[in-house]
Design a protein around this ligand. Structure first.
Ligand SMILES: Cc1ncc(COP(=O)(O)O)c(C=O)c1O
Length: 396
């Protein structure tokens, strides 16, 4: 058997590799607190689950669901965009269902990036913007997201020769991993840039509903003319605590959506219909539901930031997403050195900033996906470890 050369340098997805080590530690009896991956611990609303059960009982819901998303799901997406962002979408041409947004994100370069073309990615940024672009032979240009620029890329710093070869500009706000929110003015600048260089903006917005300070988060489709140059990804994973259900969507430019659909129709055969009906219920959740859920994240964030304050560590000052982006303590060789020692010696698992790109070095991402009490325990283990005090804490 021969493995293809194109995957020789392809890293294993960061959380897949980490998951293996965690499983080994757990098998040895370590009580691991996983604050690395962004998988919500809270349940979807009852109405969503009830709809799923109801639809699953129907005998006519078990065949192939079709390729583009069932009409009630696509209509629910259009209704959500109208209600939430005042953006009108044609559910036939401007909405496509995805098996979680990661699936569409990973297929986009196949539809848009030729070998030798460039894909512009934020650094630090969600890893799936990078590796699928490399697999199709495109070059990456990493746009640094710097603390002093509010974690917004400097589009004017992209060299002209690079911008001319670029096919996709990835942007993601509210941002993973930094939690930064982009003002609409930045999105306007991005739309001008995309028009000028004739490229596609892929705006990734899965945290659009998870903002409790400085919001609400905009959609790029609110910018006049954005529909000519942009698609937007969104997802039920974080919005309605449905990460394991695998359902999301891409909306916006009809031509781009048709190109992505051409790739997809060759790769998959749609999403289980009951999941799509239940997702339609989730898309209609009232603002109060999101506000209540966000209050839980806000409280969890306070638990984490209070501990970071005590340890005198800087963190990004945004009330959004499931993440706290914090500086690593001094005297560690790298963020991976810090997170692996923290995991091995205290059982607390965080994501090293370097997993999100070279500009993530020096930081860690702490996911707010455990109850406040458990977060309290994680931060306490970290603090005690830092001061070299092992008082009664069982770590191995
Ligand atoms: C920025 C970003 N985009 C996309 C995804 C993928 O989400 P899903 O495939 O569950 O919709 C995630 C998940 O963590 C994410 O953080």
């Amino acid at each position: 058997m021969k493995i293809a050369a194109r995957i020789a340098d392809l890293p294993t997805y960061v959380f897949a590799a980490l998951g293996k080590r965690i499983a080994e530690l757990q098998a040895q009896g370590v009580d691991v607190i996983r604050l690395d991956i962004g998988s919500p611990d809270l349940a979807p609303p009852d109405a969503v689950i009830e709809r799923m059960v109801e639809e699953t009982r129907r005998p006519d819901r078990h065949g192939y669901a079709g390729f583009y998303g069932i009409p009630p799901f696509r209509q629910a997406v259009a209704d959500f965009y109208r209600r939430r962002f005042d953006v009108a979408l044609d559910p036939e041409r401007e909405v496509l269902a995805l098996i979680g947004s990661k699936e569409g994100i990973q297929h986009l370069p196949t539809a848009f990036a030729d070998p030798g073309s460039v894909v512009l990615v934020p650094d630090p940024g969600y890893p799936t913007y990078r590796n699928p672009a490399i697999l199709v032979g495109a070059e990456l240009y990493r746009m640094p997201l710097l603390r002093e620029r509010g974690f917004l890329p400097d589009l004017r710093a992209i060299p002209e020769a690079v911008a001319r070869r670029a096919r996709i500009l990835w942007l993601n706000y509210p941002n993973n991993p930094t939690s930064a929110i982009a003002p609409i003015e930045f999105l306007e600048e991005a739309v001008d840039f995309a028009r000028h260089y004739d490229l596609l903006i892929a705006y990734d917005n899965p945290y659009s509903e998870i903002v409790w300070e400085g919001g609400p988060a905009p959609s790029i489709l609110q910018v006049p003319g954005a529909r000519e140059v942009a698609v937007e990804f969104n997802s039920l994973s974080k919005m309605a605590n449905m990460a394991g259900w695998r359902v999301g969507m891409v909306v916006g430019n009809a031509e781009a959506i048709a190109a992505l659909a051409r790739v997809k129709t060759n790769a998959d055969s749609g999403i289980f219909k009951p999941i799509q009906y239940a997702a339609a219920v989730a898309l209609a959740l009232p603002a109060e539901w999101h506000a209540e859920r966000n209050a839980i994240y806000a409280e969890r964030r306070r638990v984490v930031t209070r501990a970071l304050d005590r340890m005198n560590l800087w963190y990004a000052p945004y009330g959004a997403t499931l993440y706290v982006w914090a500086e690593i303590p001094p005297h560690f060789a790298s963020s991976a050195d810090f997170t692996s020692r923290l995991l091995e010696e205290t059982g607390v698992s965080l994501s090293p900033g370097s997993a999100f790109g070279p500009h993530g070095e020096g930081y860690v991402r702490i996911s707010l996906v455990k109850p406040a009490q458990r977060l309290e325990e994680a931060m306490e283990r970290w603090e005690r470890w830092m001061i070299g005090d092992s008082l009664g804490i069982e770590v191995k």
